[in-house]
Design a protein around this ligand. Structure first.
Ligand code: SF4
Length: 315
């Protein structure tokens, strides 16, 4: 609770992952990482679509089946087509999430309702579950992940980066923003964007500098979509090295030659895979705190998410 931001970072989640006994067999799928670690940072909005759609607990197992061109949710015991009941729930519930101000969503892997890539019978194709499909369609920029994918440290880090980027952006939209304040927001994310995708970042620079004759809503939608697309690209070693090199050049006039050389050596070693990212990043952040250079200290790159998440330990 101590690590939560104000307002809280709200994350929608398949409620069985939090240990709620809502599965078809009356059980749950408690995920230890989610419940022990992430719970300290996020406010959960738990949802079990199958229960809320009225299928009851326990209920018969279901699966996705292809019938002609359409994909249906079929009860395995009764062979009933449960698609209309689930669609009706989805139509009612998905628009309501707009009021929840979600910054992300965690879905249960392989569920025919919640999963992102679920086996469709017969054959080998994979499709999103009915609830997941509607969620992705309505909130295309929302950072959505399955709990099993989040066990990979790099996927987890990128998802959490997207969550906090989306949270910051939506906090910004909730202000009385102007093109001027948008440009300030945009500048504060410059190094983050560069580390993820220099080419997409330059394109967004051009759009922000010259938004042409479009409405405020169109501007917001396009900015958000392009911004989140950039953050969705995983940050690369080359991108991180370029950004830290640029920060080192800005810090240089304020540092002793020995301190500058220490940063540059660690950057070389990081480029050559001899040191993990955390070493040059911590060094630059350390000198940044000492010098308090505004040009850098306002950059989200140096404060992408709460430090306590300890996510930057990758090679
Ligand atoms: S996967 Fe989704 S529908 Fe199934 S029990 Fe979990 S929350 Fe409910």
């Amino acid at each position: 609770m101590a690590n939560r931001l104000d307002p809280p970072v709200r994350i929608g989640i398949s409620s069985c992952l939090l240990g709620e006994n809502v599965r078809y067999d009356g059980g749950h799928k408690l995920d230890p990482f989610i419940s022990r670690i992430l719970s300290g940072f996020f406010e959960w909005i738990p949802v079990c679509p199958e229960t809320e759609a009225g299928f009851g607990i326990p209920r018969e197992p279901m699966r996705l089946e292809r019938h002609g061109k359409s994909i249906s949710l079929i009860g395995l015991t009764s062979r009933r087509d449960l698609t209309p009941q689930m669609r009706s729930y989805v139509r009612r519930s998905i628009p309501l999430f707009a009021h929840q101000r979600l910054s992300g969503y965690i879905l249960k892997t392989r569920s025919p309702t919640c999963g992102l890539a679920v086996a469709v019978h017969p054959g080998r194709s994979r499709e999103p579950g009915l609830f997941a499909r509607a969620l992705l369609r309505r909130f295309s920029d929302l950072p959505v992940a399955e709990e099993e994918a989040l066990r990979d440290p790099l996927v987890r880090e990128n998802w959490i980066q997207r969550v906090f980027a989306y949270y910051r952006l939506n906090r910004f939209w909730s202000t009385r923003w102007t093109v001027h304040t948008l440009r300030e927001f945009h500048t504060s994310t410059e190094l983050t964007r560069l580390s993820h995708s220099p080419s997409l970042s330059r394109r967004l620079d051009r759009f922000t500098a010259n938004p042409q004759d479009i409405s405020r809503l169109q501007f917001r939608c396009r900015y958000q979509s392009e911004f989140m697309r950039i953050i969705s690209c995983p940050a690369t070693r080359a991108g991180n090295a370029t950004v830290l090199q640029r920060a080192a050049a800005i810090l240089r006039p304020f540092l002793t030659p020995a301190a500058t050389s220490e940063i540059l050596k660690s950057l070389d070693a990081y480029r050559n895979r001899a040191l993990p990212f955390l070493v040059p990043f911590t060094l630059v952040t350390h000198y940044l705190r000492l010098t308090k250079i505004i040009q850098l200290s306002g950059q989200t790159y140096f404060n992408p998410f709460p430090e306590e998440l300890a996510l930057l330990n990758h090679p």
